[in-house]
Design a protein around this ligand. Sequence first.
Ligand code: HAM
Length: 431
Amino acid sequence: MTPRYRSVKGTRDLLPPESERWNEAERIAREIFRSRGYGEIRTPVLEDTALFARSVGETTDIVHKEMYTFPDRKGRSLSMRPENTAGVVRAVIENGLAAGPMPLRLYYIGPQFRYERPQAGRFREFSQIGVELLGVPGPAAEAEVLEMLFDFLRALGFRELSVTLNSVGTAATRVSFGEMLKAHVLPRSGAFGEDDRRKLTENPLRLFDSKDPGVRTALEGAPRTVDFLDEDSRRHHAEVRRLLTDAGIPFRDEPSLVRGLDYYTRTVFEVVSEDLGAQDAILGGGRYDALVESLGGPSVPAIGFAIGEDRLLQVAPLTVTRRACVVVVPQRSDDLAEAARIAREIRAALPGGCVEVDLAARGIKKGLARAGALLEEADARGFDREGLLAVLIGERERADGSVTVKRLATGEQETFPRSELAERLGAARER
Ligand code: HAM
C-alpha cells in the first residue's frame, strides 16, 4: 500500500533497535557530563530570529539561507533553532545565571533544524549533543572540554579520532585577517557565483565554508588566521596545544579551519571521521568570548562544542548490550490477571531484561508461535538469543500451581512450582 502521508523531506523516523543505540549514547553522554559537574539545560526550539542573526551571524549560510523562519500570528519573526549555543546564552542571561557564580557548566541534547540539501548524514531535522562551559578565560577550559569530549568518544568505542585545531584570534584580528583575505581573493574572483561574491564583500571568512571548486582554488595560498594572531591569542593557542598534548588528546593543526558561525574567537575545532564518506564533521566547537556580552549580558568568556548525533551514531562502534526477554503465555484470557502477576515477579527478578505478556491469550500453541518470532527479531531488537524464554500458563499449570518455562532457542522446557519461578529465572540468567 502506498502511504498517504510521508515524513517531511530531510526528516526521518528513528525506530527500534536504532533508537536503543541513541538512548545508550545519550545515557553515556549524560553520565560522563554529570560526573564532571555539567547540568542539563533544555531551551525552546523556537527563538526570536534576531537572536540567531546577532550570534551565528547574518551573513553565515546558516542564517542567510538555512533557517526555518516564519512570522507567527502576530507577525513576530520566529526561527526554529539551527543550533543551540545562541539559545543557551540567551537563557543564561535571561535567567540571571550570567551574573551568578562561574564557571557555569551546561549540556544539552536535542533537535536542530537547517534547510540544507539532504544527503548522507545531512538532514533538515537533526540532533545535537552539546556542551557549553562559561566563565573560564584560560586554556584550562579548552583542556577540560576536549578531555571530556574524548572520554565520551572513547566510551563509544572510537580509537582513531583526532581533533582538527585552529585559532581565529579576537574580533579585531578577524577584521584585519578578513581584509587581507579579500585582497588575496579579489583578483581571482572573476568566476565566483553571486553568493560567494556576496561573502567576499560582506564577510570574507565565510568563503572558507564554500564547497565551490573555483572558490577553493582562489583560496589556495591565502593568508592564514594564525599569522594574524595578537600576542595574547598566540600565547593562549600555544598553551591550549601544550595542555592537549599533556592530556593525551590527539590533535592536528588546520590553518584553514574557521567554522561556519560568526561568534567564534580564538580556539576553533572539529572532529572529522573518514567513515562518514563526505568531508563532514562529526562535531564542531570553539571559544566565543564576546557572545554573552554582545547578546546583552556581562562580559563572560565561554567555550563549547556540539556533536551531530545522527552522524555520530552512523559511525560509532557502540553496540547495545544484549538482554534477556521473557514472554508470559496464558492459555486463555481468564489467565491474563495471573500472567500479569507473573510478569511483575519476573521483572523484579530480571532487572534490565524485558518481559512481555501475550495479550492475545489464544492458546499455548499460538502464544508460542508468537514468542518464537522473537528468535528472528533477536538481532534487530538487541535480545540475547539464549536468554529468550516463554513462561507457559496452561491447564495443567493452573491446576497444580506450577509454571512451564521453555527456552526458545533450544526448545528445552521444564515445569516447576510457581513459587520457584523468580529464583530459577535469576539463576538461568547467571548461566
Ligand atoms: P556546527 O558545526 O554548526 O556547530 O554543528 C555541529 C555539528 O552538528 C556538526 O559537526 C554536524 O555533525 C552536526 N550537523 C550540522 N548540520 C547538520 C545537518 N544538517 N545534518 C546532520 N548533522 C548536522 C554548532 O552548531 C555550534 N553550536 C557548536 C558549538 C557549541 N560551538 C560552541 N558551542
